[in-house]
Design a protein around this ligand. Structure first.
Ligand code: DI6
Ligand code: FE
Length: 428
């Protein structure tokens, strides 16, 4: 048993004080779980062998990034330059760039290369307090390459000091070899690739990109039927660029979440509320695409739809590798309150992933914690770029941030394993 004390808690538990704040708190952990969390003066009798004194720092649940495309090959910063120079996303795609260039690079990359390059981005997430990350496939678009991406995601979960949930995103784009017969690709994704990935234990949820430029509600419906028959939960990239009925489709299938939803109208929001679908807000993509229609935040509030916030870390539309940056962007661009945003990166993000045992500081939950050098929880949404994290705990064990920064292929500078004695403090 371990006692974590001399700290302030933002438990993020529902109801009660803003942020579930406790001024002088303590946490008891054992076997990877929180045994007790509350005001220090109410600390029960315990037999903790270790005591970590946090010198007044704030502790929140470890942050949860519930929508990322962390694993991909290649680099698209050249496209960023082209777009700043006036080229449109469509022109770049027609010239062989865009999503198809990520597909080519991902297919060409080895598992080791994909793993190493993903860690360079994961480093940004863990340095901003992330302890659980969702990772999608979708840049492989053939059987072997999709499975390769998902295996890399699983390896990250085993070796890189973070919990991982995977999503199969086979309906992300039509691969170049199927441009003339997209129906055959949908058949393959639904009937062959998803079942194969599922059989290998690589899929925690099924996602799709529902948009006129990507896949129709009918095509996505076929995929979701298959997911249902395999017992897998679904989620959806919905209504990002137009109101194409994506949110309503997600609701029809009882999806965990509908993500983006900039263009969702009131009928879609109502359907989400009735089906308990979480809205995942992705302010990084909104920023990078210079969008001007924000998600319908007031409607979501009015109808009681829970809102999560995520990075959407991807090479095309959201090169965002910091969860605290995503929080800032959600507040500034979408006018979430800092408390809403932080709930969206903890309690609500857990719901968006269907996880019952992370997201708040409460007895019984996993002891995944983030310790911060801040004076108020709102600072997590206020600063843009200032390092705020003092330490993470993963399953009750102090974990160093994963440090990437190496070139693809070099894994020597990566710290994956939780460290018993983190550098910043002494653990008694
Ligand atoms: N999520 C996605 O899957 C695409 N946009 C988004 O917000 C990514 C598109 C790309 O790689 O260009
Ligand atoms: Fe996405």
């Amino acid at each position: 048993m371990r006692l974590i004390t001399d700290c302030r808690l933002a438990t993020m538990a529902e109801g009660g004080e803003p942020y579930g704040a406790i001024d002088d708190g303590a946490i008891l952990t054992a076997e990877g779980r929180i045994v007790w969390a509350g005001p220090r003066e109410e600390l029960p009798a315990h037999d903790a062998k270790q005591t970590d004194r946090l010198e007044g720092r704030w502790v929140t649940p470890g942050l949860i990034d519930c929508h990322t495309h962390l694993v991909f090959g290649g680099d698209r910063s050249r496209e960023f330059e082209q777009r700043l120079g006036g080229a449109t996303y469509e022109e770049i795609a027609r010239a062989g760039g865009g999503i198809v260039s990520s597909v080519a690079a991902t297919r060409a990359a080895s598992e080791d290369d994909l793993y190493a390059s993903a860690l360079t981005r994961l480093a940004g997430l863990t340095a901003s307090g992330v302890t659980t990350v969702e990772i999608k496939s979708g840049y492989g678009l053939d059987r072997d390459s999709e499975l390769k991406m998902l295996r890399v995601a699983r390896r990250i979960g085993r070796e890189a000091g973070v919990r991982v949930r995977t999503s199969y995103l086979g309906l992300h784009a039509v691969p170049p070899e199927h441009r003339a017969d997209r129906a055959a690709y949908v058949d393959k994704a639904v009937d062959e690739i998803l079942p194969a990935a599922h059989a290998e234990g690589l899929v925690d949820a099924v996602d799709a990109y529902c948009e006129p430029i990507a896949f129709s509600t009918g095509e996505v419906g076929r995929l979701f039927e298959r997911a249902k028959s395999l017992g897998l939960p679904v989620k959806l990239h919905a209504d990002q660029l137009s109101d194409g009925g994506g949110a309503a489709l997600a609701a029809k299938y009882g999806a965990l979440s509908a993500d983006h939803i900039e263009h969702t109208g009131e009928a879609g929001v109502k359907a989400m509320a009735e089906a308990g679908v979480v809205a995942v807000l992705l302010p990084g993509a909104y920023l990078m695409l210079r969008e001007t229609t924000p998600p319908p935040i007031d409607l979501l509030r009015r109808h009681g739809v829970a809102m999560a916030v995520a990075t959407d870390c991807n090479p095309g539309t959201s090169p965002v590798a910091s969860m605290t940056a995503a929080l800032n962007l959600a507040c500034v661009q979408f006018r979430l309150t800092p408390e809403e945003a932080l709930a969206g990166a903890t309690r609500v993000a857990a719901k968006a992933l269907g996880l019952a045992d992370v997201g708040t500081l409460e007895a019984g939950k996993a002891a995944d914690l983030a310790v911060w050098d801040i004076e108020r929880p709102a600072e997590l949404c206020y600063w843009l770029g200032k390092p705020l994290l003092a330490r993470r705990y993963l399953g009750g064990i102090a974990a160093r941030a994963v440090r990437g920064g190496g070139r693809p292929g070099s894994t020597d500078r990566v710290w994956g394993a939780p460290a018993a004695t983190p550098p910043a403090y002494r653990c008694e």
